[in-house]
Design a protein around this ligand. Structure first.
Ligand code: 5GP
Length: 207
């Protein structure tokens, strides 16, 4: 079977619970790894540089783009967000399934560069639920919440570009659904064609 890890993109509107679901996956599956993004947005009071994000100035971020160090990047609600390429490629080589928790423009860039990537859209049932979660989270001003719900209306229109949709009602169930998707994706025939060469061999020789 193919030893390389799978590149998994998880998108979904802000407030969908992507971070919580991803944390649940990482906690229970040591063959998964989460890529840490770079952003120009200001850290929330609990966020640690290098753990939640690499926090950058606009100039630093634009330099990273120029130097080709971003696998993808996008502007979301007036701030840059992007995936540093080196970490992702190294982890895939090590055999880890790498999760990118990114918005839709970035997801589409990834699919174009890496058609083998699996795109999963995580969402609550509806936008009312979403707005409720954003209000309860309390990390954004009312203006920012409105920007994010407006953005969610655009994002849902791109859902048909994704391979899977997972509805996040219960965190553990959504996390399990994603792990199952990844397991069956890894078993797909096109990812394992090397079996044609290895099938007739064992340690002793050729059949
Ligand atoms: P937040 O400000 O709530 O942390 O993130 C805002 C949005 O940016 C979320 O939809 C999140 O998934 C997305 N995002 C986070 N990191 C990246 C990234 O590296 N690239 C892209 N394209 N989007 C990202």
């Amino acid at each position: 079977m193919d030893k390389k890890g799978l590149l998994i993109v998880i998108s979904g509107p802000s407030g969908a619970g992507k971070g919580t679901v991803v944390k649940e996956i990482i906690k229970n599956n040591d063959d998964f790894s989460l890529s840490v993004s770079a952003t120009t947005r200001k850290p929330r009071n609990y966020e640690i540089d290098g753990e939640h994000y690499f926090f950058k100035s606009r100039m630093e971020f634009e330099d990273l783009i120029k130097e080709g160090k971003m696998l993808e990047y996008a502007c979301f609600c007036s701030e840059y967000y992007g995936t540093p390429v080196d970490y992702v490629l190294n982890k895939l080589e090590e055999g880890k399934n790498v999760i990118l928790e990114i918005e839709v423009q970035g997801a589409l860039q990834v699919k174009e560069k890496y058609p083998d990537a699996v795109l999963i859209f995580l969402t609550p049932d509806n936008i009312y639920e979403l707005k409720d979660r954003l209000i309860k989270r309390g990390s954004e001003t009312e203006e920012k919440i409105n920007m994010r719900t407006e953005r969610a209306k655009e994002e849902i229109l791109l859902v048909d570009k994704y391979d899977y949709i997972v509805i996040n009602r219960v965190v553990k169930t959504a996390a399990c659904d994603i792990v199952k998707i990844v397991q069956s994706e890894k078993n797909k025939a096109f990812r394992n064609l090397s079996i044609k060469e290895t099938f007739l061999r064992n340690k002793g020789g050729e059949f």
